[in-house]
Design a protein around this ligand. Structure first.
Ligand SMILES: Cc1ncc(COP(=O)(O)O)c(C=O)c1O
Length: 356
């Protein structure tokens, strides 16, 4: 038994696009490409040629980085594309449903709506530091719950789901649902990635991205790791040539040891700055709560979120306010030490204004 049976029947029957063969050192007259390259940009591979349908060297490097086998990983245009692909592959419009916890990353809801999949939300509460209640998640599952999205560390709360809770969920759902763990922020936390569980649980899919800790949001590169049979089907749905040659080359370069060391230093600085900011925020009279965070942002509760947003904007500092259930909360991404100082100066003047 496996979650492959949960994939839409027409996707299970779908064959991947068969692209023109690409062999080095051959005369390529098989893909209607231009024989002449452009002089724009400086790339190792010529831009007049199509990129690889699936960039194998990059796939190998990312599989190694994320701790899974080559055939357990699909490189995607950011993890956003992976979310879209997974929902399209598993959920029949008007029939199947996606379970999300709330508050969480809005793209799960967005792509579920695009696909016409029903959305079931399980709330996590500020009084419980937004901990996900696995019993409530299990109780909310119905026959059509094909996918359960667990964002860990969660955006925007910064909360990590305990490994024991995740394993309980994986075991309880078995091959009735695929559990999708979104680890966009895992590098900023104290917990290991759960890709190590891939060989033990056939119903686990893990999302990773290069947009956060590696600082490559503009390159649009991420990955989904999971059972090889599911990865093959996601690959059959993904557009051929999804990753452009400049992106493939720039990410290959970003994965060189020297660059990775710089990225590790950058993560260490963000984590140190996050803790400095958390301590500083707690000293302002208008800040009522600073939640602990395993990510590159902090969620705080304040007396008047709109006033703080407006005050910071006047000082050229942009923050994120979500409204609705988090109406009195603000999410603050950790910047460079200089940017964070600018934010704290803005908050100082706001505190002075309140007392003046
Ligand atoms: C939890 C989470 N997952 C996925 C993404 C998407 O990242 P990307 O598509 O850049 O990989 C984000 C972006 O903010 C996010 O917060």
């Amino acid at each position: 038994m496996s979650i492959v049976k949960l994939v839409r029947p027409e996707i299970r029957a779908l064959h991947a696009y068969e692209a023109a063969e690409q062999v080095d050192d051959t005369i390529r007259l098989n893909a209607n490409e231009s024989p002449r390259g452009s002089l724009v940009g400086d790339f190792r591979r010529p831009l007049n040629r199509y990129p690889e349908v699936r960039p194998r060297k990059l796939q190998r490097a990312l599989a190694e980085r994320f701790g899974c086998a080559f055939d357990q990983l699909l490189v995607t245009r950011g993890s956003s594309e992976a979310i879209d692909l997974i929902i399209r592959c598993f959920c029949r419009a008007g029939v199947d449903s996606v379970l999300v916890t709330s508050p969480s990353f809005s793209m799960y809801r967005h792509y579920a709506a695009v696909q016409g999949a029903e959305l079931v939300e399980v709330r996590s509460l500020p009084e419980q530091d937004f901990a996900i209640d696995i019993d409530a998640v299990l109780a909310a599952c119905v026959d059509t719950t094909r996918l359960i999205f667990i964002c860990s560390p969660n955006n925007p709360t910064g909360t990590t789901l305990a490994l024991s809770d995740l394993e309980r969920l994986l075991q309880a759902r078995g091959d009735a649902s695929a559990i999708v763990v979104d680890e966009a922020y895992v590098e900023f936390g104290r917990h290991e990635s759960v890709t190590a569980l891939l060989n033990r649980y056939d119903n686990l899919l893990v999302l990773r991205t290069l947009s956060k800790a590696l600082g490559f949001a503009g390159a649009r590169c991420g990955a989904v790791a999971g059972p090889a049979a599911v990865i093959r089907m996601l690959g059959a749905v993904q557009a051929p040539y999804a990753l452009a040659t400049p992106v493939v080359e720039c990410v290959e370069d970003a994965l060189q040891d020297e660059q990775l060391e710089l990225a590790r230093d950058a993560v260490a600085e963000i984590v140190a700055e996050r803790e400095r900011l958390a301590a500083a925020f707690a000293t302002y009279p208008f800040v009522r709560k600073v939640w602990p965070s395993d990510a590159n942002f902090l969620l705080i509760r304040v007396d008047d979120a709109r006033r703080m947003m407006a005050h910071c904007q006047t000082n050229n500092v942009l923050l994120r306010h979500f409204g609705a259930d988090l109406d009195d909360c603000i999410r603050i991404s950790v910047g460079t030490p200089g940017e964070n100082n600018r934010l704290l100066q803005a908050l100082d003047t706001m505190a002075d204004g309140e007392h003046g």
